[in-house]
Design a protein around this ligand. Structure first.
Ligand SMILES: [Zn+2]
Length: 294
C-alpha cells in the first residue's frame, strides 16, 4: 500500500502536537521552524501561579507562530492575485513577507532548573543535567527526523545557563541544527525600562506580574500580591553580592525575601504587560524570519 502524502498543512494548526504524521512530513519539506517553549514549576511570590514561566513562554511562542502564519497567508494571497489591496492594508507595516515561512510550537517543557526556589512551597525542579538531557534529546530527535531550525523560548531565566550547555552539546552532536534560545522578560529592554521598578527587581516582580495580568488576570491573585526584596541595603551581604552580574554568585530565593519575590508586583498593570509582551513577540518574529531565510 502506498503511503498517503499531503502538500498543504491545515491552515489553523499552530501546535506541532496537532499536526498529523503526514503533515509533519510536509512541515519538514517546508523547512518549518519549531518553537520549543520551556518554563518552570516554581514558587512565584504570593500572588502568581507556579507555572507563570511556562504560561508566558507558551503565550509568546504561540503569538510568534501566529504572526508568521499570518504573514504566510498574506504571501499566498498575493501570489494568487487575490485581495491584494485588502491584504496589503491588513499586513504589518513595512514587513518583508516575501519569504515568510511557518513555525509550529512543540509540546512544552514545563519543569525547569529551579533549585534556587526549592526552599519555597510549590517548587518542583529538575536537576540541571536532566534538563540539558531533555532539551538535547528533543532537539536531537527533531534534527534526526529532518527539521533544521529550533527556537527555544524560556520564561524562566534560571534555564538560560543549562540552555547554553545544551547548545554546546548540540553543536557537537548535530552541527547542522540551528538551535537558538531566548529569554522572555529580558528581551523587552524598552518596555521594562518604562516600568516603575524598585532597586531590586525581577522574579515575581513588576515585569512578570504585568505580563501575567496581560495574558489572563484571573490567574493572578491580585489581593495577595506583596512586595518582596526592594532595596539592596535591606539584603544580607551574601544576597546583596549575588545581585552583581559578574562575577556571578547565587543564593536561594528565601534569602532575598520571605515571599521569594524581587520587586513590588503591586505596581504591575496589564497595559505594561501588553507592551512588554509586544516587544518580545516583535523581536522574536523578526529573528524567526531571519532563521527561516537561512
Ligand atoms: Zn518567573
Amino acid at each position: 500500500m502506498t503511503r498517503q502524502s499531503v502538500t498543504e498543512i491545515r491552515p489553523h494548526i499552530r501546535r506541532y502536537g496537532e499536526l498529523t504524521s503526514l503533515e509533519v512530513e510536509a512541515a519538514k519539506r517546508d523547512e518549518a521552524l519549531l518553537i520549543l517553549p520551556v518554563g518552570a514549576c516554581e514558587q512565584h511570590g504570593d500572588g502568581l501561579p507556579l507555572s507563570t514561566d511556562s504560561i508566558r513562554a507558551d503565550h509568546v511562542a504561540m503569538a510568534v507562530a501566529e504572526e508568521l502564519a499570518a504573514a504566510g497567508e498574506l504571501t499566498v494571497g498575493e501570489e494568487l492575485g487575490v485581495g491584494e489591496e485588502s491584504c496589503a492594508a491588513e499586513g504589518p507595516a513595512g514587513d518583508d513577507t516575501s519569504d515568510a515561512g511557518r513555525a509550529f510550537v512543540l509540546p512544552s517543557i514545563d519543569y525547569g532548573v529551579s533549585p534556587h526556589h526549592g526552599n519555597l512551597p510549590g517548587t518542583i525542579t529538575l536537576d540541571p543535567r536532566t534538563f540539558v538531557d531533555i532539551v538535547t534529546t528533543v532537539a536531537g530527535q527533531i534534527c534526526d527526523s529532518g527539521f533544521t531550525r529550533v527556537l527555544v523560548i524560556t520564561g524562566h531565566g534560571g534555564n538560560m545557563a543549562a540552555l547554553g550547555v545544551a547548545q554546546q552539546v548540540l553543536l557537537s552532536t548535530h552541527p547542522d541544527l540551528v538551535f537558538a534560545y531566548s529569554p522572555v522578560s529580558a528581551l523587552a529592554a524598552e518596555a521594562n525600562a518604562a516600568l516603575p521598578r524598585t532597586e531590586v527587581s525581577g522574579h515575581s516582580g513588576e515585569s512578570e506580574t504585568s505580563q501575567m495580568l496581560a495574558i489572563d488576570d484571573r490567574l493572578v491573585d491580585s489581593p495577595r500580591l506583596t512586595a518582596g526584596a526592594t532595596d539592596l541595603a535591606d539584603l544580607s551581604p551574601r544576597a546583596r553580592l549575588s545581585r552583581t552580574k559578574s562575577p556571578a554568585s547565587a543564593v536561594t530565593f528565601d534569602q532575598y525575601s520571605e515571599n521569594g519575590a524581587l520587586g513590588d508586583p503591586r505596581t504591575a498593570t496589564a497595559t505594561a504587560g501588553v507592551d512588554i509582551l509586544g516587544e518580545v513577540i516583535e523581536k522574536l518574529v523578526a529573528y524567526s524570519r531571519e532563521v527561516l531565510r537561512l
